[in-house]
Design a protein around this ligand. Sequence first.
Ligand SMILES: [Zn+2]
Length: 558
Amino acid sequence: MAGRLSTVATLALAAAMVVVRAPDAVRIAAQTPTTDRAAAAAHDGRYKRLLIKNAMVIYGNTKPPYGPMDILIEGGLIARITPSRAPDGPAPPGAPPPVQADAVIDATGKYVMPGIVNTHMHWHEERMPGIPLPIQYERNLYLASGSTTVREVGGDFDKTNLWRKQSAEHTIVAPRIINYPTLPNVVGSKRQFDRSPTGIRAVVREAKARGADGLKLSGYDRDQLEALMDEAKIANLPSTVHVGVEETTAKDYVELGVGCIEHFYGVADAALDGIQNFPPEHNSNNEIHRFGRAGELYIQPNLNPRKLSDLLDLMVEKGTCWSPTMSTYEASRDLIKGQNLPWYKDYLHPSLEEYYKPSMLRHGTYWIGWTNTQEVRWRRNYRVWMDALREFGLKGGLITTGDDAGYLYGSLYGFGMIRELELQEEAGFHPLEVLNHATWNGAKALGLGDRLGKVRVGWVADLLVVNGNPVEDLRVLNPYGVDVMLVDGKRVNSYSAVDLTAARNVTNGHGGGIEWTIKDGIPWHVPTLMREVRDMVEKARTELRSKPKPTESSSRQP
Ligand SMILES: [Zn+2]
């Protein structure tokens, strides 16, 4: 994996020599005031040297913010981090001489943190059959929400390989892509997947030969899994697993050396004395049954806390990471909220809007007759799950962040990542710990932890310039923005002392959002990305109004 990133960095250097001019309209929108002689950075600008000035730095390793600092990016890497000079003031002691950058981002009053590593996502070019979903819609949303690296865990293998290459060559506006196909993805729809141990071994070798970065596993019996994991070890292919309700539990996968556990199933299954108490009418092919009962898993009376702790210990010992994707399922504990998020108005594409609606046929749309009782169970389920995640973190386990968006209400590309961060804070982690999960931990899980995910000299320049302090409120990372307290029009912390006699000067304002997402040193202006998303949504809605309604059909996905 280190080899791959070296290639990425080399390509960044090559791309940095080419100055690509953004369209005039975009350049004007992206202007940021600067006192420096160098021009303000432009959206999608390609610079040999890009300087970020006056930034409060969040490093990505739980160290508290530090600043103001200037960060020089050269050839796609962080070349220098130095104390900022006061305007027209003397240089701080020991400061190196200033460098002339090609472009500047003025981060005065802003925070700079590493780009987010999304360890669980899927690219979709359609959700509701008949309504195409532009791939750029998802790319923009992921970048606008700070994901500079994404791991696709099951998708179109060849397409993702192509997009991975284009992203590394900087010919598309997209996060860095890591490709973990499932074995059926590798086989494709035209061939039969031979699930015998011998057949499985052959597809693992094929995955490696055709460029998989790792494997996404799900639904294997113990003998199949033993063959698979043995062959993956020989091929030096890492893996991650979505454990369903199977013959195998998380314990089998951890014992056999899986790299990461996705979601929450499988972990609690391994901690039950016996099995989950499924009623006789249960049919796991019915999404209402499957998800309704999944929300009762952690509150089974036979869940043995000692077994759970033992499994978490084993995961720590084996270095197995946990990518819980808590935001994915959140509508299960609050459906009405999931159906009415304020950013739907401008940013929900109709292909998703139609897909989300309650249905017996589509994956994750199990809302037909959804009850308060089911929500209450899911909330209690979350509480126990969060405690297990917290225990895993305290034991030294590697926790990452992924959004698995585009299936359940509320789980919208990128927005779901920020909600994931908020939920991990709810699980008991300090915002600095959550930011560590979202950045450096994610890079470690992908085998890139020696050069990605921290603000550090010599490391890859994947950086976010944030309007506000994510340590004060993780929600400032949401591309929709966030409510803020204004006193005399100036933003303050909402716990600030306020003169009540002058309370009319205290108002609710709207702020936040990431201003710039930088990948391999290329800056993308987030308000520009979001304007493009809004335009795509508006265009699709207009087209849909002039077309007959699409017919419903099954589109089950992993
Ligand atoms: Zn998924």
